[in-house]
Design a protein around this ligand. Structure first.
Ligand code: SAH
Length: 348
């Protein structure tokens, strides 16, 4: 029988597990702290639970982990990209970013992706599988261990569509913000989605304090459908409507990501259309200069067009920033490092 990953269980579930072995409930709480606060990777590192019990436990459970296959550090030394392998040999990427106000980690939620955005490297060979909550946490635990520094912000913006892995994502967020675990405030967690409206509505009901980021990348359906297949399922109208509900219901400001693609979505008329859609909505636009992916034909907007786009939005009372570019020298666009590595190993 395949062993189950202890890192994916809630504290209540862990209490249930230890009780099945005849242990008292508080042992479950201790086990939870070993796994999530002290972040042990082996049962042998656990010192206050009986050896016999741990041996029995290890017959049915393991502590999942990820292993570093490759690490690339940016020239400025403020960004590092990790390629991790998981128990089944699948590969995912995570990015570590050092800021003045703390350290952020951007994690992957799936191996590959099935959303098919035409500018993105993660989706080139489709979806292989979704990650468990433990595998998502492991990316953060491993980076903390490797750097010896604390992570204060987590962004679910790496490979995969997090809302296409809804249950594991929710479990992950609850474990990540648990006060007996790594205890990252929900206000410091951002989840980025290509705009799965039904799941956004479901997420809203959870009343979390996380930041929701929506990959918009276009001011209207016509342009959005050129690059994002998901736009054929949900209209931009529906997205804005659910965003209004979301901000009212949770009190949280929405972030719109807007990757700037030369000649596609970066004109003045596009900026004006976007500003008019955002009017009255508690939101913020993050302009991302496109990371060119060699397999894709999209090109990055010119510097001056990005600047003008920002000015037009500002003049029309829209909150906007241009994403600070970190790690473009280390292929930090989602999925690039994994693709490269797989190409190399396939040709060896
Ligand atoms: N599936 C989720 C999260 C992963 S992608 C989503 O769609 O939001 C994280 C962000 O990077 C998304 O906004 C995505 O559209 C964007 N992105 C993907 N490839 C990119 C590239 N080559 N250049 C710039 N942004 C890119």
């Amino acid at each position: 029988m395949e062993r189950k990953d202890l890192r994916s269980f809630t504290e209540e579930e862990m209490i249930g597990i230890v009780q099945e072995y005849g242990e008292k409930a508080f042992r479950g709480k201790q086990l939870f702290e070993w796994i999530h606060k002290k972040q042990v990777t082996e049962f042998s590192q656990i010192t206050n639970l009986s050896k016999k019990f741990l041996e029995q436990l290890s017959e049915n459970y393991n502590i999942s982990g990820v292993e570093i296959v490759k690490k690339q550090v940016s020239k400025k030394n403020d960004t590092a990209k990790y390629l991790f392998s998981m128990a089944d040999g699948s590969l995912v990427e995570s990015v570590w970013m050092k800021y003045h106000h703390g350290n952020s980690v951007c994690i992957s939620s799936q191996v590959g992706c099935r959303m098919g955005c035409t500018f993105c490297a993660s989706t080139l060979s489709g979806l292989k599988r979704s990650l468990t909550a433990g595998e998502m946490l492991s990316q953060i635990y491993e980076i903390q261990r490797e750097t010896g520094e604390r992570v204060s912000n987590v962004i679910v913006m790496g490979m995969g569509e997090p809302l296409d892995n809804y249950d594991n994502l929710l479990r992950f967020i609850r474990l990540l913000s648990h006060d007996k675990g790594i205890n990252i405030s929900q206000r410091n967690i951002t989840v980025s989605t290509c705009g799965l409206v039904d799941q956004i509505r479901r997420l809203m009901e959870e009343k979390l304090q996380i930041t929701l980021a929506i990959s918009l990348h276009a001011p209207n359906d016509e342009i959005r459908r050129q690059t994002m297949p998901v736009a054929k399922k949900y209209s931009i109208e529906e997205i804005f409507s659910v965003c209004r509900e979301y901000t009212e219901y949770t009190g949280r400001r929405i972030t719109f990501e807007y990757s700037m693609i030369d000649g596609v979505n970066d004109g003045k008329a596009h900026a004006l259309e976007l500003a008019s859609r955002c009017r009255g909505l508690n939101c913020h636009i993050n302009l991302i200069p496109l990371n060119e992916v060699k397999e894709r034909k999209c090109h990055r907007s010119k510097e001056e067009n990005i600047r003008d786009f920002k000015i037009t939005l500002e003049k029309n009372h829209t909150n906007v920033t241009i994403r600070r570019e970190m790690g473009s020298d280390i292929d930090a666009a989602c999925g690039q490092l994994r693709n490269q590595y797989m190409e190399q190993t396939n040709s060896d």
